[in-house]
Design a protein around this ligand. Structure first.
Ligand code: PDD
Length: 289
């Protein structure tokens, strides 16, 4: 079955899904996106993803191409037409097609909306059982990382750096040697005293949807949670570490820059969080249209 994409009003086979070369997303990275996990044929945390999409658009003074109800219909249709059971929906909105110029085009230019679907295993159990390796590198990004913009060059370079060193992710370091986040995930540590630490929301990180679910779950479990920046040194000394994202859920980090964290295996608190996250998904109110 060929994959079907939505492009500016039409459902087309992926191979025929194109935008004009003067699309501002293509030429200027002038756009925003969301990645939404689909499990059992239904999206996870759709409402918060759509809310964050709206926030990204409004931070860039971009008008939404349509109302939320219409967008939901498109997401549902793309899911159905691709018979997507487990995988991701990708939504991208750019400022539209116009003669290349940095300043905004006339308001008559309509934003471009593209939605694609892809089957992929989410948070594979095998990866969870072993945990993953993370490396670190300088955070070279701009000062509005809270906007989910399609301008991802530093993230691309960071992830490639991880690939080349057999790691899953790169944790990005601010000039003060605190960890901001990963190239496509939020970063967490657990101290020897069982304190769960992640960086507070600010312009320095993306407000991850999985991050806020994990905070909720941690509070429900009665864990001690602190939203505070942590340093590379603190991460090295941590008893446990993990990362969170739409596609990885909660994934243990067992090596940092080639050195093991804790005993080198997924930690007990990380396991509890992951189990609680999965039961929250199963419990309703999180996954669904
Ligand atoms: N990445 N930080 C960054 C820089 C991200 O790109 C992402 C998500 C996250 C985690 O956010 P969430 O829990 O809402 O997925 C944190 C997506 C999955 C991506 O770009 O593919």
């Amino acid at each position: 079955m060929s994959r079907i994409a939505y492009v500016n009003g039409q459902y087309v086979p992926l191979a025929d899904a194109t935008v004009p070369i003067e699309d501002r997303g293509y030429q200027l990275a002038d756009g925003v996106y969301e990645v939404i996990a689909v499990r059992g044929g239904v999206p996870i945390d759709l409402a918060p993803h759509l809310r964050r999409l709206d926030q990204s658009l409004s931070a860039l003074h971009m008008a939404p191409p349509m109302g939320e109800r219409a967008l939901r219909v498109i997401l549902r249709t793309v899911t159905a037409r691709n018979r997507l059971v487990e995988g991701i929906l990708y939504v991208q909105i750019s400022r539209g097609v116009a003669r290349r110029e940095h300043a905004f085009p006339p308001s008559s230019v309509r934003p471009s909306l593209v939605v694609t679907a892809r089957t992929q295993a989410l948070a594979p159990e095998s990866m969870f059982e072993k945990g993953v390796a993370v490396i670190t590198d300088a955070d070279l990004r701009w000062k509005r990382c809270d906007i989910k913009s399609i301008a991802l060059l530093p993230n691309v370079l960071g992830k490639q750096g991880a690939r080349e060193r057999n790691a899953f992710e790169t944790w990005l370091l601010a000039p003060d040697k605190t960890v901001t986040e990963g190239t496509s995930s939020n970063a967490w540590i657990v101290t020897g005293r069982g304190q769960v630490i992640t960086r507070p929301l600010s312009h320095a990180i993306l407000g991850g949807i999985t991050r806020s679910r994990t905070l909720e779950v941690a509070h429900r479990l009665g864990l001690k949670v602190v939203e505070h920046p942590f340093t590379l040194e603190e991460a090295r000394r941590a008893a446990e570490a993990f990362l969170t994202s739409t596609t990885a859920f909660i994934l243990p980090v067992v090596r940092l820059d080639g050195k093991q964290i804790g005993d080198g295996w997924p930690g007990a608190i990380t396991r509890r969080l992951r189990a609680a996250y999965l039961s929250a998904l199963a419990g309703g109110g999180v996954a669904g249209w």
